[in-house]
Design a protein around this ligand. Structure first.
Ligand SMILES: Cc1cc2nc3c(=O)[nH]c(=O)nc-3n(C[C@H](O)[C@H](O)[C@H](O)COP(=O)(O)OP(=O)(O)OC[C@H]3O[C@@H](n4cnc5c(N)ncnc54)[C@H](O)[C@@H]3O)c2cc1C
Length: 639
């Protein structure tokens, strides 16, 4: 597997400028000759589709929802980072770069992260121009707030609905291009495979989710913007439809999958409240700007939170990490919550919760100000729990939220299959082993608005002239279609006794227990034994009702669960092989005396990239070495 990262030579500050100049261009008149198949129209895919069409390329865009506006991106609450330094509090491109590399526990590519920090400022300008209603100060300047892992305020936000507002802006741009005839939008179509012809990605296969029709689509490049795989845990903060199918099918056609074990467990979610729950709800990290996290000092505490005096409370983040306090990064805050609950000091049913308390902030700035800042989040919390956070502290607990792993891409955002580009949460690129809050929106929009539009042109300019025309009648399309149809038939034919959801729930519980917030070799080995058994049970006993020729949500679900059942094994293998703790990957065997992650830089300063070697055979692990000439490798400390 060729893992040439194509990082430009020279100083990191100049890399992107130099690269933009070095890349070949496509003549404006020739752009319309190239067709891009954009799979996914969340913030990453939507911004890329609009930008590419604006440049003159022909774009066919696909999503499985009934509108791009329903992509999971719409759920993003807290904000988007950018190094504008409006607060004059010491921010800079270099500081955002530094914070992101450190936040990722030195497991990301410096050059990519620097570029991300550089273009972050352009994203805000672009979105403001589209009319995104970011919060503003009294004088009209865009407002900022703080997020975890940073000591400056660089997070732009639109109350607790930043993703929604960004997506509406992006959708306006996309709609303009749909109207102009440059983007053809295909909703309710699920990509089920990639077609590779003569080593280049040349098409996809989709299933129409309303009619069941299997369709072939040919193009000059394929872009996957299909989001993350946190739903491998079944319960997560992601939308229920989020899945790994597109990325996993691409992996099976030759795309390397990087760092699947890097998953983010978000510290502030509403705790699980029952066996039949199918979804968890995030309480945005922005709340930690004003909320103080604590648990009772005593293990046998039964009093209501308001009755527990100050000196009997443990504000454990403030105690353990005085410099960053409640704004410690997510991996650290999550593990600390788990630790407090493991010690028996948790609160609420089952004692799996900690308090997020606004009492002091309300006393300091008043309820109205807190309502202005977080009103919709407080309302959401109250609707779900029937408790008002204005009166009693929220109860929160960590939950699966985001996935840093994804398809491997080079500096051009191209996977190991030439012509297959991957953007947004679906790729592995910029966050290393832990993503900082408000950096996912930044990365998705950087990829879509400002990086891919350059790099895909370079691909066309270098691969275009000598490429044979390929249409959907090519025999390779027929072969892939046979595979897709065969798989659907197989799912419908098992006719067993268990629902796909029951397998998903069982897999999720196993992954949470053995490959969740903390992992160890023994547990991972158990999972690696159980997952293939569970997969076999699935293929012998799953029951999918209905047919393939119509709307069949059970069939959709079954296909996604089948992919999770294979993917989970690779995730555990990756976690087992990475004999160190870094960021969200916490191996219990590798920790410092005070319970912090202990990296092994000598052996693991690399991205692990998995290659599919055929059905039934173990994937092969490759590595891309990571260098840190600019941000010195150091033990991450937020104390
Ligand atoms: C509750 C919540 C709050 C968050 N808040 C923040 C925040 O405040 N700040 C921040 O930076 N990040 C936040 N994040 C993370 C961030 O929202 C996501 O990482 C980001 O929106 C992902 O965007 P995306 O475009 O890569 O993927 P998505 O928005 O998930 O879009 C995926 C697209 O791919 C399509 N798709 C997927 N599979 C297929 C297929 N097989 N065939 C066809 N189409 C397919 C879908 O239809 C969709 O259009 C939050 C995440 C959650 C869960």
């Amino acid at each position: 597997m060729n893992l040439d990262s194509k990082i430009p030579t020279g100083p990191v500050q100049d890399a992107w400028e130099k690269h933009k100049f070095d890349m070949k261009l496509v003549n404006p008149a020739n752009k319309r000759k190239f067709k891009v198949l954009m799979v996914g129209t969340g913030l990453a895919g939507g911004s890329a589709a609009a930008s590419l069409a604006e440049l003159g390329y022909e774009v066919d865009a696909f999503c499985f929802q009934d509108s791009p506006r329903r992509a999971h991106s719409i759920a993003a609450q807290g904000g988007i980072n950018a190094a504008k330094n409006y607060q004059n509090d010491g921010d800079s491109v270099w500081r955002l770069f530094y914070d992101t590399v450190k936040g990722g526990d030195f497991r990301s590519r410096e050059a990519n992260v620097y570029r991300l920090a550089q273009v972050s400022a352009n994203i805000i300008d672009q979105c403001v121009a589209q009319g995104v209603p970011f919060a503003r100060e009294y004088g009209g300047q865009l407002a900022n707030r703080s997020f975890g892992g940073a000591q400056v305020s660089r997070t732009f936000y639109a109350r607790g609905q930043t993703g929604q507002q960004l997506l509406l802006g992006c959708y306006a741009g996309l709609s303009r291009q749909i109207d102009a005839g440059n983007v053809t939008m295909h909703t309710r179509k699920e990509m089920l495979d990639v077609v590779v012809v003569d080593g280049l990605a040349r098409g996809i296969l989709t299933r129409d989710l309303v009619t069941g029709k299997i369709e072939r689509w040919a193009g000059d490049a394929v872009v996957l913007a299909t989001g993350g795989y946190a739903n491998v845990f079944y319960l997560s903060t992601n939308a229920i439809g989020c899945n790994v199918t597109a990325a996993f099918r691409a992996y099976k056609r030759g795309a390397g999958f990087a760092n699947p074990c890097y998953t983010q467990i978000h510290p502030t979610c509403i705790p699980v409240h029952g066996d039949q729950q199918s979804k968890l709800t995030l309480m945005s990290e922005s709340l930690r700007n004003d909320g103080r996290v604590w648990v009772p000092k005593a293990t046998d505490e039964t009093r209501a939170p308001g009755d527990i005096p100050e000196d009997e409370r443990d504000y454990y983040l403030e105690r353990k990490y005085p410099s960053f306090g409640n704004l410690s990064p997510r991996d650290i805050a999550s593990r600390s919550a788990k630790e407090a609950c493991d010690e028996g000091r948790g609160v609420g049913p089952g004692k799996r919760g900690v308090y997020l308390d606004f009492r002091d902030a309300i006393a300091r700035v008043g309820e109205d100000t807190i309502r202005q800042r977080y009103g919709n989040l407080f309302d959401m919390y109250e609707r779900i729990t029937d408790e008002s956070p204005y009166k009693v502290p929220m109860r929160i607990y960590p939950a699966p939220h985001y996935t840093m792993g994804g398809l491997w891409v080079d500096y051009n955002l191209q996977s190991t299959i030439p012509g297959l580009h991957v953007i947004g949460e679906a790729n592995f690129s910029d966050h290393g082993a832990n993503r900082l809050g408000a950096s996912a929106l930044m990365q998705g929009l950087a990829d879509g608005y400002f990086v891919l539009p350059y790099t895909i042109g370079h691909y066309f300019a270098t691969h275009g002239p000598d490429k044979k025309p390929v249409d959907a009648d090519h025999p390779d399309f027929a072969r892939v279609e046979d595979d897709v149809r065969g798989r659907i038939k197989k799912l419908l034919g098992v006719n067993g006794s268990r629902s796909p959801a029951s397998f998903h729930r069982e897999l999720g519980r196993l992954m949470w227990d053995k490959c969740g917030m903390a992992r160890n070799a023994e547990g991972l080995k158990e999972a690696l034994q159980r997952i293939p058994e569970l997969r076999e049970e699935f293929w012998n006993d799953v029951r999918v009702l209905g047919s393939g020729e119509s709307l069949n949500m059970m069939l959709e679900e079954a296909g996604r669960v089948a992919d999770f059942l294979e993917f989970a094994e690779m995730m555990c293998l990756d976690a087992l092989t990475r004999e160190e703790s870094c960021g969200g990957h916490f191996r219990e065997e590798h920790q410092t005396e005070d319970g912090e992650a202990l990296r092994n830089d000598d052996a693991f300063t690399h991205a692990a990239v998995w290659e599919h070697t055929g059905e039934g055979s173990a994937p092969k692990r490759h590595t891309e070495a990571l260098d840190f000439p600019n941000v010195k490798l150091a033990t991450r400390s937020y104390k």
